[in-house]
Design a protein around this ligand. Structure first.
Ligand SMILES: Cc1cc2nc3c(=O)[nH]c(=O)nc-3n(C[C@H](O)[C@H](O)[C@H](O)COP(=O)(O)O)c2cc1C
Ligand code: FES
Length: 617
């Protein structure tokens, strides 16, 4: 390996790698990211390696261990290139058959192809899958394609060309101007203009400045940042180097939670490789610019994702937030000017510097440029990591990409923006997803969590769930957040148990206003969002809990009963057999009934009935 000393070195290295790769071989892109690894993808890779070796096929077939492909629920995932054949739920026992198919005429293994849950049709090619077809993969383009532990793989697909465009060719202020021109807004929560933040920091006095990548990702159900750190760590590092150059920082930190061991491992390898190749360290690309990066492991507290708490945590103290201003760009880590951006924001910087600001800004809406990565989860047919152009409608995401709602149920709401986000109702299904539209609807972009809910979700219970999470995650430093969340939780729990008072909705609204204005940090000030948005869009559900003592979704146990629909029950006895309390009786092939004095409303019967005969009354 030769150290890259300047731009021609980098270009020569890329040419050399491309010549070495050629395009003769079959490549089995196999995901080893968290989701697939949990489904034993490493065992698949080991079996592939031994089988290929045993059969002497190393000259014909390569295995590429990749990051997340996005369709994690179908893992382990393997894509055969150049044909682009997509295999899902691959087990090590399938390896022989896959290799046989490859070496005997190239026919795909039919049973491993994705099958449409409704039409039962199989799809062979990755690019034809509904989950992928309507996406715009820019930031996640390399995820699932390259080996994240191999810097040369990254360089081969154009990696570090953004750095090559920036450092030797542009002055720091020109880099800042380009990021401003791109319209990039932070992907970590508030959507602050990235270039403006950089300009403030670069103008701040002082020799010592820092740059931080926020990979804390504490939102329940979110995995966008983890997937990016695991699958494409160099794009984050490259963005950080460019940012550091622009603001004049010489040291950087990547803050990752300890619960993300694969992300930490891949980032560590990427940093080591970048140092070995001379892309981190002294005199980067012969420009005289020095920059180093260190990983800082977080203990997994949600509040430590908040920028001031995160910096205090890096300083080695207990991670609790500080009052702003002064903002970190003026007075941040160890009191020095600091830029903190989300990891996805940095990956976008790499794109801007390689494509140009205009090309980047051509995608998206007037005020929200580029694309956004979401983790699409919940009651939707296809769940996973998706990337769409800003401005794509909720309908396109939930029905076009997500394939609609599971089990033929009705779409009710989508929760965006993590625990302090909001719930958007079906009436807004054609709303474009961008920073401003989400805010108008009472939600936020957040870092990109998207939880889809159907008619069986109770919106009061959803608000209670998120407030419960935030109450436990509040650091307790300020009274409005600490006590306000406790009170909110108490009232919501009371409503869910059927003991709501007639003033409770108004009390919740007043408490929300107080917390939004008086809390010390974003955790407390945005915590009312789930409550306010559910009251705004689903007030009738609160009212029916409080005044009619009813939970029509069948979630709040004191507020509904199960009954069997005589027109739909076939007397199959499945519910009777599965009921743990023996609350269901009836003869085979005859109408069954539920004894509500024994029923504990566990929901096992409703989930087991194949005829949708059990209803909530
Ligand atoms: C309670 C709380 C948790 C947060 N968690 C994260 C997080 O996990 N990741 C993140 O990038 N930003 C998080 N943020 C936002 C950060 O404070 C900060 O605004 C962000 O990292 C700035 O990066 P950006 O401009 O690229 O979005 C959180 C904010 C709050 C109030
Ligand atoms: S972890 Fe393998 S596809 Fe997401």
């Amino acid at each position: 390996m030769k150290k890259i000393r300047n731009l021609p070195d980098l270009e020569n290295l890329r040419d050399g790698i491309l010549k070495k790769i050629g395009n003769e071989k079959t490549v089995l892109r196999t995901c080893i990211s968290t989701g697939c690894r949990a489904q034993k993808s490493l065992k698949v890779v080991n079996t592939l390696e031994s089988t290929i070796k045993k059969k002497g096929l190393q000259v014909k077939i390569d295995i590429k261990k990749t990051g997340c492909h996005g369709f994690c629920e179908m893992g382990p995932i393997m894509v055969v290139e150049p044909e682009n054949v997509f295999y899902r739920k691959v087990r090590h026992e399938d390896v022989e058959e896959i290799i046989f198919a490859l070496t005997n005429g190239g026919v795909a293994v039919e049973r491993l192809l994705w099958q449409d849950p409704v039409t039962k049709e199989r799809t062979m090619l990755e690019r034809e899958l509904p989950l992928y077809k309507k996406q715009k993969k820019n930031v996640t383009y390399k995820n699932g394609k390259i080996d994240p532990t191999n810097i040369e793989d990254y360089i081969a697909v154009g990696g570090y060309s953004a750095l090559g465009n920036a450092l030797p060719r542009m002055k720091p202020a020109e880099v800042v101007d380009m990021v401003i021109a791109s319209g990039l807004r932070g992907r970590g929560g508030g959507g602050f203009a990235t270039g403006m933040k950089w300009r403030i920091c670069s103008n701040a006095p002082g020799d010592m400045k820092y740059i931080i990548a926020n990979g804390d990702e504490g939102d329940p159900g979110a995995f966008m940042d983890r997937s990016l750190m695991e699958g494409d760590p160099h794009s984050i590092i490259e963005g950080m180097i460019i940012g550091a150059y622009a603001i004049g920082a010489r040291r950087g930190f990547i803050f990752v939670r300890e619960e993300y061991p694969i992300a930490i491992e891949h980032l560590s390898i990427a940093i080591k490789h970048a140092e070995e190749y001379g892309l981190l360290g002294n005199d980067i690309l012969g420009t005289g610019f020095d920059f180093s990066v260190k990983i800082n492991k977080g203990a997994g507290a949600f509040v430590c994702g908040e920028e001031t708490a995160l910096m205090i945590s890096i300083e080695g103290k207990s991670g609790t937030p500080k009052l702003r201003p002064p903002y970190p760009a003026i007075e941040g880590l160890w009191g020095k000017p600091t830029v903190i951006n989300n990891v996805e924001t940095f990956a976008n910087v790499s794109l801007i510097m390689s494509k140009g600001a205009d090309a980047y800004a051509a995608l998206g809406t007037d005020n929200s440029k580029g694309t956004k990565v979401f983790s699409l989860v919940g009651k939707v047919m296809n769940t996973g990591l998706i990337e769409v152009e800003m401005g794509t409608t909720l309908r396109e995401i939930i029905f076009g990409i997500g394939g609609g709602i599971r089990k033929g149920k009705l779409f009710k709401a989508v929760q965006t923006g993590g625990p302090s986000g909001g719930c958007i109702p079906i009436t807004k299904i054609d709303m474009p997803v961008d920073y401003d539209s989400l805010k108008d609807a009472g939600a936020i972009m957040g870092s990109g969590g998207m939880i889809v809910m159907d008619e069986t979700s109770c919106m009061v219970d959803v608000a209670r769930y998120f407030i419960d999470f935030l109450m436990y995650e509040s650091c307790g430093k300020c009274v409005p957040c600490r006590e306000g969340l406790k009170q909110m939780h108490y009232i919501l729990k009371k409503i869910c148990e059927g003991n709501g008072g007639e003033d409770d909705i108004e009390i919740l609204i007043n408490l929300s206003r107080f917390m939004s204005t008086a809390s010390l940090c974003g955790l407390g000030s945005t915590a009312p969002n789930p409550v306010l948005s559910t009251i705004r869009h689903f007030r009738s559900e609160y009212e029916s809990h409080i005044f009619d003592r009813k939970c029509t979704a069948g979630v709040c146990r004191n507020l509904f009963e199960y009954a069997i629909d005589p027109d739909l029950c076939k007397g199959c006895a499945l519910c009777r057999i599965k009921c743990p309390e023996k609350a269901i009786s009836g003869e085979k092939k005859k109408l069954h009934s539920i004894d509500s004095s024994k029923c504990i409303k566990c929901g096992i019967c409703i989930n087991s009935c194949k005829f949708e005969a059990i209803m909530v009354t």
